[in-house]
Design a protein around this ligand. Structure first.
Ligand code: BGC
Ligand code: CA
Length: 427
């Protein structure tokens, strides 16, 4: 097995070197030496096909640094996600706005401390890190390390002495309170799945047993975990819970006291995920149907719906806060975006697409249904592969025949693992 992996790595390396050299001038390799196996050429065809990474941006899970090798795999490679910093800031502001509007009675036990607990999705996922930072920043509990707020889970912080967060002060309705992150933890189950809703449901049980009515707010990196905590405890206890994703069930729960959520404009992301592939396959300008209207009249608004960062080869959807003020407009999270709801007139193409975890609430209840709506509109015949959220090979094993597909859309289990997909496409 080791030998095979080593061989594959060598092969992948040599093929990618060839690909690099050939990328600029689109001409056959000059050295027609007889050693080159004829096979190599047909195999590397897969390495030239359109590729989109989505939801989990290729990056170093410890430092967050983008994996530019993966993001520039070929000329038709892109990432589609959302603006993590803008969204994180929005989530923090949403919580603070809520506190200001509900100052009366927010300190449940009247001890002068606003206590909150925080469910963290995945410490190695840039979007999760950004949300933790955003909430700590807005509430003042963050501690800066090398110019960025520390996103490390605090564990339990009963007396405010944790080293990764600090007690802050907030004035609500003319009264000054201490704000304390009573507890936070990464919601990873024993098998290794992150953003795990069931783990969050258990954690809130432990936290309420420890802190009881010291908990005044519940915050979560996403709605899956947020709703799990809301249903297990916060709803009955009437403790506002804040999530992220604007999944339909979370939006509906706002009527029952869920504090609010952030829409990461999944309708825009799902569209972009397939649209960049469609454009690359059609050989048209990549902005077609995105910043520029296509023949069917599809067009997004740059700067309002999304931004594009050319250096990062990344499309980022923009976020919107969903609260008691506007939630009725967001009740169906699977509805296609009206601006890009027209069927295009292009030949059907085959796409291989995977979802890293079949039980991820956001991807399962919001993103995939949207993809399934757009694949019809874009005439893409998409094969959906569902992973277990833990093992990359469980997914890569099902990319055994890349030659059968025209394009690929990849949602990695771990953001450092782009190479395992690129190796397959390079063969
Ligand atoms: C979502 C989470 C989801 C994660 C999966 C995030 O963008 O907000 O709900 O679990 O993506 O990678
Ligand atoms: Ca209190």
């Amino acid at each position: 097995m080791k030998k095979l992996v080593a061989l594959m790595t060598v092969l992948a390396l040599s093929v990618s070197l060839v690909a690099c050299g050939a990328a600029k001038e689109d001409q056959p390799a000059a050295n027609n030496n007889s050693e080159a196996p004829a096979k190599t050429e047909s195999k590397s065809e897969n390495a030239k096909k359109p590729l989109v990474w989505f939801n989990r941006q290729p990056s170093n899970s410890s430092t967050g640094e983008l994996d530019m090798t993966a993001l520039t795999f070929n000329d038709d490679t892109y990432y589609v996600g959302f603006d993590a910093n803008q969204g994180a800031e929005l989530q923090g502001t949403m919580v603070v706005d809520y506190l200001n509007a509900h100052a009366d009675g927010i300190d449940r036990n009247g001890d002068g401390i606003i206590g909150y607990v925080l469910a963290i999705g995945d410490v190695g996922h840039n979007d999760s890190v950004a949300r933790t930072r955003g909430v700590r920043k807005a509430l003042g509990t963050g501690i800066e390390v090398d110019g960025a707020i520390d996103a490390t889970p605090a564990g339990t912080n009963t007396d405010g002495s944790a080293s990764v967060v600090k007690d802050a002060e907030i004035t609500l309705g003319g009264k000054t309170y201490t704000v304390r992150e009573l507890a936070s933890q990464e919601m990873k189950n024993s098998a290794g799945a992150t953003w795990d809703a069931a783990t969050a449901g258990n954690a809130i049980g432990t936290w309420t047993a420890t802190f009881g009515d010291q908990i005044d707010i519940v915050v979560s990196n996403n709605d899956g975990m947020g709703m799990s905590m809301f249903n297990a405890w916060a709803k009955d206890a009437k403790v506002p819970t804040f999530g992220y994703d604007a999944n339909s069930d979370a939006v509906a729960a706002i009527a029952e006291g869920y504090g609010g959520t952030i829409s990461q404009h999944a309708d825009v992301q799902a569209y972009l995920t397939l649209r960049v592939l469609r454009n690359a396959l059609d050989g048209v300008d990549i902005d077609t149907g995105i910043g520029t209207a296509d023949a069917a009249g599809n067009q997004l608004t740059e700067g309002e719906d999304f931004v594009y960062n050319a250096d990062q080869r990344s499309y980022y959807a923009l976020n919107i806060a969903v609260t008691a003020d506007n939630y009725t407009n967001f009740l169906d999270s699977t509805m296609v975006y009206s601006k890009v709801s027209n069927k295009v007139d292009s030949a059907t193409k085959k796409v291989w697409l995977n979802i890293y975890n079949s039980s991820d609430n956001f991807l399962g209840s919001t993103y995939q249904p949207l993809l399934q709506n757009y694949d019809d509109l874009l005439n893409l015949d998409v094969e959906y592969i569902a992973g277990d959220g833990q093992t990359e090979s469980n997914i890569t094993n099902r990319l055994a025949n890349p030659g059968e597909y025209d394009a690929f859309a990849i949602n990695m289990v771990k953001t450092d693992n782009a190479a395992s997909y690129m190796n397959i496409l390079n063969q």
